[in-house]
Design a protein around this ligand. Structure first.
Ligand code: MLT
Length: 207
């Protein structure tokens, strides 16, 4: 059963898992999404995993996001830093409340960008991350110790929002901090397809 809960300052869904061997997933939606968007993807790619799915608190018009941007691909980094800490504290709270170990983030687009920001600013919060159509969140990333943390980045060769070089730069930054990065560029745009699902299901089964 899933229920949307508002007993912290993040509206969120928590769906308890049935397989304790699976790491919980922290699901982070894209711009205009909400806490329900990635639940079925999470169930498909990590059967039996607990799912924790917050709704971004920043509104762009009516569209929820996880942090403010000044233009497409141009981020308000002061807000990003603050929102990254706020989301990290929520994940710690939820870990206590629901009895969870550190989760693997599974983020899409804006959700992938804040997942990358958590890795770089609060590396202790996550056991790893799947970053779908992510870009570098910080112009000058904090030095994180990510030794051995697994990270999967799936980019689209035809993505009009994330330039190829930017996704490569993110993979380079995380790898230089010690993460075990697997980066695939799919023949796709910004949207997700079956190729993403196959790759990420396989990766999650190994991590
Ligand atoms: C962002 O603002 O995080 C990126 O431009 C991706 C998006 O949400 O469109």
């Amino acid at each position: 059963m899933t229920a949307t809960t508002t007993d912290t300052d993040f509206i969120h869904v928590f769906e308890p898992g049935s397989d304790p061997a699976r790491r919980p997933l922290l699901l982070l939606h894209g711009t205009g999404g909400d806490e329900r968007d990635l639940l079925s993807l999470g169930r498909t790619v990590a059967p039996g995993a607990s799912l924790l799915s917050p709704r971004g608190k920043v509104l762009e018009g009516a569209a929820p996001r996880f942090f403010r941007r000044l233009a497409e691909g141009v981020f308000d980094e002061a807000d990003l830093k603050r929102r990254t800490d706020e989301l990290a504290e929520f994940v710690l709270w939820a870990g206590e409340r629901y009895g969870l170990p550190a989760p693997i983030a599974l983020g899409f687009s804006n959700g992938a960008n804040i997942a990358a920001a958590i890795l770089q600013q609060r590396p202790e919060i996550l056991a790893g991350a799947v970053l779908l159509r992510a870009m570098t969140p910080f112009s000058e990333p904090p030095r994180a110790a990510l030794t051995g943390k697994p990270v999967l980045i799936l980019s689209g060769a035809l993505d009009p929002i994330v330039p190829k070089a930017n996704a490569e730069a993110l993979a380079g930054q995380l790898g230089a901090s010690g993460a075990v990065v697997e980066h695939h560029v799919l023949p796709a745009g910004h949207g997700l397809g079956q190729g993403d699902i196959d790759l990420l299901g396989g990766w999650l089964a190994r991590n």
